[in-house]
Design a protein around this ligand. Structure first.
Ligand code: ADP
Ligand code: MG
Length: 236
């Protein structure tokens, strides 16, 4: 395992190695750990979609990414894989608390993300929780502090930040906004701002949506660092 970690670290210094090589089209050509590779293979995810191909070399190197691609193009794995890889390389364990937050605008989408995370992460040992409301808060409160990866809707996450003793995101490594344009919409503005105020600024942030947000104000709100814009357009 140590030699695998060293090899992975060495291979993820320069995203151009992968971005500029047109022959890189399969997940197993990327520097992914064997646990993630087994999860992907088990779900029959073999060849990368365009948005995965264009964004993973950057996100795996720790860059902030704004990804845009239409619905159905495989954006979920574009952020689930970097989450698994980053926490694995950091040897994240139960005691380390919340390492990654994945925020989704709706319960249904959050549930779908959680299912993809479960499949891709099947051979990892991280604990993952789904915080989407509609269930007893007390029941969640006992477990939420032990979770490494949380998939949540904005309102429910903020409710835990406000009301769950011992819950904090002080050592967070990654923040993901899926359907980012909807998460950054006016209706969620106060909630997202309050959430971000509870997060460390030193972290990796990934934003994915069907349309690209380039609003300087939104990016400032999220303290993105030198983000890479990755857009995949319809070829027709
Ligand atoms: P989006 O979020 O862009 O709408 P999803 O992440 O929900 O897209 O993926 C859409 C569908 O494509 C899902 O059924 C998913 O399992 C499938 N999919 C994603 N990536 C791959 C891949 N690399 N190979 C095969 N199927 C994939
Ligand atoms: Mg999606």
């Amino acid at each position: 395992e140590e030699s695998e970690l060293a090899e992975l670290a060495a291979k993820t210094q320069d995203p151009d190695v992968y971005l500029k090589d047109p022959d890189v089209t399969m997940f197993d050509q990327l520097p992914l750990c064997s646990r993630t590779m087994q999860g992907l293979a088990g779900a029959n995810w073999v060849e990368m979609t365009e948005i995965q191909r264009a964004s993973l070399p950057l996100s795996l190197c720790g860059r902030d990414v704004l990804g845009a691609a239409k619905t159905g193009s495989g954006k979920t794995l574009s952020f689930v894989i970097p989450v698994l890889e980053r926490l694995y390389r950091a040897k994240w364990s139960q005691m380390d608390g919340v390492g990654a937050l994945i925020i989704s605008p709706t319960r249904e989408l959050a549930l779908q993300i959680f299912e993809v995370l479960r499949k891709a992460g099947r051979h990892h040992t991280f604990s993952a929780g789904l915080l989407i409301g509609g269930k007893d808060l007390k029941h969640e409160q006992e477990r939420v502090s032990r979770m490494n990866i949380l998939v949540c809707t904005p309102g429910r996450l903020l409710q835990h930040m406000d009301q769950t003793p011992d819950f904090n995101c002080d050592s967070l490594q990654m923040l993901i906004l899926d359907e980012a344009d909807r998460c950054l919409d006016i209706g969620f503005e106060k909630t997202i701002n309050a959430i971000v105020a509870n997060l460390p600024k030193e972290r990796q942030t990934l934003l994915f949506s069907a349309t690209q947000t380039k609003s300087v104000r939104d990016l400032a709100r999220l303290s993105l660092k030198d983000p890479e814009y990755v857009a995949v357009h319809d070829k027709s």
